[in-house]
Design a protein around this ligand. Structure first.
Ligand SMILES: C[S@@+](CC[C@H](N)C(=O)[O-])C[C@H]1O[C@@H](n2cnc3c(N)ncnc32)[C@H](O)[C@@H]1O
Length: 394
């Protein structure tokens, strides 16, 4: 198996710390995921082209017509079933291990969060009346136990703590050791397109534990930066984490479908990896709200898993595996949406929508491309290595 030396995420005061054995388990699951990615997934296309497709043509007198048909065909292939089962099992092993780590760290984390919130630089606004959307609460997204909605008490930090280390190993370190990768890439790509925009007020919508928020603060330290998410425990953790790292952010428990900010309040609204986890109905509603809270000339800038419509059918099947086996019910719908069309549903000019793509490495660095890809690197199945940016000015 390929050796993969992922460095541990950088610790902060409320990050759960792993014991020697727990860390060894983090490494082995990451290395096995990496092995699947680099040495097993790429051969699935051969199984499709040389065997499965040929049998399908013999039986039906035509090639498969869409990725749904390819999905059913491939799920009958022993090779595909083998890696699919391993991928799901590894995902469960990854989260199980994190659950144990967090359970052991809980008393320390609770105490640290209390201390960190005592004299904050930023703020935390929780809202018991915040509507928790069913598309968040009804699913343990990407097989993460508890999803984003679980909050067991008014000091609970367990699920976001699981996310902090777990999502880092889930991305095989590609999130960056501060979890900064996605947010930093968003900021970097934004500046390519809008170098002269000097924002005063910025929103990170769907910020989870604030991985995407802190690089915004680093880039524009003078700006008023807000982060919102529906998960109460996530907002509590994000607040304590920002305080632990000395960053000023105003976190609010709030839904992107019903933003409690006035019209035209923000210069930029960022999202990172949010839309593929929202429903077909909610995503356009959120985009409409983003448009409303932006001032004239303000910018919506986003990254998410890539549009897959230009990939061949087998690559689309690989891209969409998560929809069926990784508790990502909206993934396939999202990969079929044209981003310009999507932004126009929110009120942006379709012709003004920007599209750019990037690959990320194991240090959380991004390499940008001018043109969209027309093929999926199956080694990055699950959109983990490659993202698409899209944005528009109001
Ligand atoms: C994949 S996470 C991305 C988090 C963060 N931007 C990052 O990249 O680390 C998606 C986040 O969107 C949040 N979310 C989903 N629907 C939402 C809504 N209607 N309003 C606000 N946040 C939402 C989820 O709770 C989750 O924290």
């Amino acid at each position: 198996m390929t050796a993969l030396n992922i460095k541990e995420p950088f610790p902060h005061d409320i990050m759960p710390l792993a014991s020697h054995d727990e860390h060894a388990r983090e490494n082995i699951t990451a290395a096995m995921k990496h092995h699947l990615s680099e040495h097993v997934y790429p051969y699935d296309e051969l199984v499709y082209e040389k065997q499965a497709k040929q049998k399908f043509i013999q039986a039906n007198g035509r090639e498969p017509k869409d990725c749904g048909e390819v999905h059913h065909l491939m799920m009958e292939q022993p090779y595909t079933r083998m890696w699919s089962s391993m991928a799901r099992t590894l995902q469960e092993m990854l989260w199980d291990n994190q659950g144990e780590i967090v359970e052991r760290n809980k008393p320390r984390l609770t105490e640290a969060a209390k201390k960190l919130s005592a004299k904050p630089k930023g703020s935390l606004t929780l809202d018991p009346d915040c509507d928790m959307p069913r598309y968040v609460s009804a699913v343990d997204i990407h097989a993460m136990p508890g999803g984003y909605s679980t909050t067991r008490s008014e000091t609970d930090l367990a699920t976001p703590a699981v996310y902090d280390r777990g999502a880092y190993y889930y991305t095989r370190g590609m999130a960056g050791r501060w979890g900064q990768g996605g947010g930093l890439a968003n900021v970097t790509a934004f500046k390519e397109f809008f170098p002269d925009l000097k924002p005063k007020r910025i929103l990170d919508l769907g910020c989870a534990i604030g991985w995407t928020t802190l690089p915004i603060v680093d880039e524009w330290p003078e700006a008023e930066v807000h982060g919102i998410d529906v998960g109460e425990s996530f907002m509590r953790y994000a607040h304590a984490r920002a305080e632990a790292l000395g960053k000023t952010v105003h976190y609010h428990q709030m839904s992107g479908e019903h933003l409690k900010f006035p019209d035209g309040y923000f210069d930029i609204v960022f999202t990172g990896g949010v839309f593929h986890e929202t429903s077909k109905k909610a995503a356009p509603a959120i985009m409409k709200e983003i448009h409303r809270v932006l001032r004239k000339g303000g910018v919506s800038f986003n990254y998410d898993i890539p549009y897959g419509g230009d990939y061949n059918l087998h690559a689309q099947f690989m891209l969409n595996w998560d929809c069926y086996f990784n508790a990502e019910p909206f993934w396939r719908e999202w990969t079929s949406w044209d981003r310009s069309e999507f932004m126009s549903w929110g009120g942006f000019d379709k012709d003004a929508v920007i599209d750019t793509w990037a690959d990320r490495d194991h240090e959380g660095n991004f390499r940008f491309f001018e043109k969209p890809f027309d093929e999926l690197h199956t080694s990055a199945r699950g959109g983990i290595g490659r993202v698409q940016f899209f944005g528009a000015q109001k």
